[in-house]
Ligand binder design. Structure first.
Ligand code: ADP
Ligand code: MG
Length: 547
């Protein structure tokens, strides 16, 4: 790598500095080799976490905080990756996670394998552009094959949805409790899906959107995972602000306020000149009158509970308690937003234009004890399409990991509801697609042919990693899967990593959303393609370097 400023010449021969001084330039094969190396390192790190028999990683951040996880996306997020190509690998994981919520580790492993195979092809003299074209063709063909072997699911088929959720949790630390958690995930998604009920099962013809913003996940260490529950409504992690206020509010009329319920303090330092004791009294009385007027204004709307994003003056709390109005203060903005949606309230900023129309409704608002805290549960709201999952568990680490796993579970159930088709897991679809691709490759002439074969090999890195992590013989296992898939004409034969044998994965209920598998193929291919097309890395110097 050289550190220089690149100088070009205009037609008239005037030199033009193209790059800032100190910019380093890595070109051609070096750039590519360098990128591939970095991407491979990331992929190889993640290989060992894939699947239920994958190992966990312990991540320690700069402040000494420890996270123990098996979640590919989390591992990459916490790693402080510097190399630009490695960063791109981290990006795919993030993209896949955002898009479908699962399959992050797989996409990184496949992208790494695609690059590794590409490296061999490049050594044999095949140009990266040809490889990219071949990979893209192979990807489209793979998506087609996946669609052909996918099976339709009825969107209200709780058992199938639960299996999908459970499969996503198989590889997590909390998998022993996957039964409880997957049940909650399915209930939550079905509660918020638009138009549940009569459903057609044609794969692409319709769309039942699920807005995950309607599902809030709260966690609280303590108790056992099976004490986790689903609440039809919203949990606010604040207690009712005054001891004299009602703790249970039936037929709640809810007023949401964005601004502080306090007498405004001036921004400048203000002095009040008081020279007689009566003046002090007057001043205090004036303040108290203003606060009373404020509370009266609120009471006139008919509200019986005030939920405020900012602080509330103690005096105001006292008046509210007297008026039998309950209040919550310093509630998170996101909670206010969720409450607006769920209760139909419109959060107000200016008390001068309060109207009963701003109120929201819920059948029950109740303060309950959760461990040592008191939280407020807003239930049976006007819009029932808002649910909360309360995760309990032995320790903070456990509920943290359960929360991450719940995210995956909710996402995969959403995936299937939105695109109701599944494929079997355990490396079965990847092996099957690889076999079909190899057969199809014979119809593709020229050098792309080799890229397609390489793509097929790269897909098999999934069953290979699963078998390897389970301590199974990789070569024997893969050979056995291939031959049984063909002889039984059954694309669902994969690695049963629990029983250490090969099996029909759908018979043991290991199924995954078609959408996840499609996304994994697309993202892995695109990332590999992007890296393969780079032949020049221009990097600006870090501050101070290059002088
Ligand atoms: P990813 O981030 O790619 O989802 P995971 O660590 O969650 O990575 O592993 C997912 C892989 O594990 C999938 O290929 C899935 O089919 C497979 N898998 C899950 N449960 C089992 C099981 N019981 N037996 C074999 N494979 C399984
Ligand atoms: Mg997973």
């Amino acid at each position: 790598m050289s550190s220089l400023s690149l100088v070009g010449n205009t037609r008239e021969g005037i030199p033009v500095v193209l790059l800032k001084e100190g910019t380093s330039d890595t070109r051609g094969r070096d750039a590519l080799r360098n990128n591939i190396e970095a991407a491979k390192i990331i992929a190889s790190m993640l290989k060992s976490v894939l699947g239920p028999r994958g190992m966990d990683k312990m991540l320690v951040d700069s402040t000494g905080n420890v996270t123990i996880t098996n979640d590919g996306a989390t591992i990459l997020k916490e790693m402080d990756v510097q190399h630009p190509a490695a960063k791109m690998m981290v990006e795919i994981a993030k993209a896949v996670d955002d898009e479908v919520g699962d399959g992050t580790t797989s996409s990184v492993i496949i992208a790494g394998a695609l690059l590794e195979k590409a490296e061999e092809l490049i050594k044999q003299g095949i140009h990266p552009t040809i490889i990219v074209d071949g990979y893209r063709k192979a990807m489209r063909q793979s998506v087609d094959i996946m669609n052909k072997i996918a099976e339709d699911v009825k969107v209200d088929d709780h058992v199938a949805l639960k299996n999908v959720a459970r499969t996503s949790m198989e590889s997590k630390i909390v998998s022993v409790d996957s039964d409880v958690l997957s049940d909650l995930a399915v209930k939550a998604i079905l509660a918020v899906v638009e138009k549940p009920g009569h459903i057609e099962t044609q794969k692409d013809n319709y769309f039942m959107p699920v807005d995950l913003d309607n599902v809030k996940v709260q966690k609280k260490p303590g108790g056992a995972m099976r004490d986790s529950s689903i609440i039809e409504g919203i949990i606010v992690d604040k207690e009712i602000a005054h001891p004299g206020m009602p703790r249970v509010i039936k037929d709640a009329k809810i007023l949401l306020i964005n601004s502080p319920l306090e007498i405004e303090k001036t921004e400048f330092e203000a002095k009040i000149m008081i020279d007689r004791p009566e003046q002090m009294k007057m001043f205090l009385e004036e303040e108290s009158t203003m606060i009373r007027t404020m509370v009266e204004k609120i009471a006139r709307t008919g509200a019986n509970i005030i939920i405020c994003q900012k602080g509330i003056d103690d005096l105001a709390l006292g008046y509210m308690a007297k008026a039998n109005i309950s209040a919550l203060k310093r509630v998170k903005e996101s909670d206010i937003a969720a409450l607006e949606k769920a209760t139909g309230a419109r959060a107000v900023t200016n008390l001068d234009d309060l109207s009963p129309k701003d109120l929201g409704f819920a059948q029950l608002v109740e303060e309950r004890k959760v461990e040592t805290d008191k939280w407020v549960f807003v239930e049976k709201c006007k819009d029932p399409k808002a649910v909360s999952i309360l995760i309990r568990g032995g320790s903070e680490r456990v509920v943290d990991e359960a929360e991450r796993s719940m995210h995956d579970a909710l996402m995969v159930v959403k995936d299937v509801v939105e695109k109701p088709a599944v494929v079997a897991g355990g490396g079965s679809p990847e092996t099957y697609v690889a076999q079909k691709l190899r057969a199809w490759a014979t119809s593709v002439s020229g050098r792309e042919h080799y890229a397609i074969l390489a793509f097929a090999d790269a897909l098999e890195s999934i069953p290979i990693a699963l078998a390897e992590n389970a301590g199974m013989d990789v070569i024997d296992t893969l050979a056995a899967i291939r031959s049984r898939q063909l002889s039984e004409n059954n694309p669902r034969i994969g690695v049963d990593v629990k029983e250490l044998k090969i099996a029909d994965m759908s018979k043991i209920h290991i199924i995954e959303p078609l959408r996840v598998k499609e996304q994994v193929l697309k993202s892995a291919t695109e990332t590999a393609a992007m890296l393969l097309r780079i032949d020049d890395i221009l990097s600006a110097s870090r501050t101070g370097a290059g002088q």
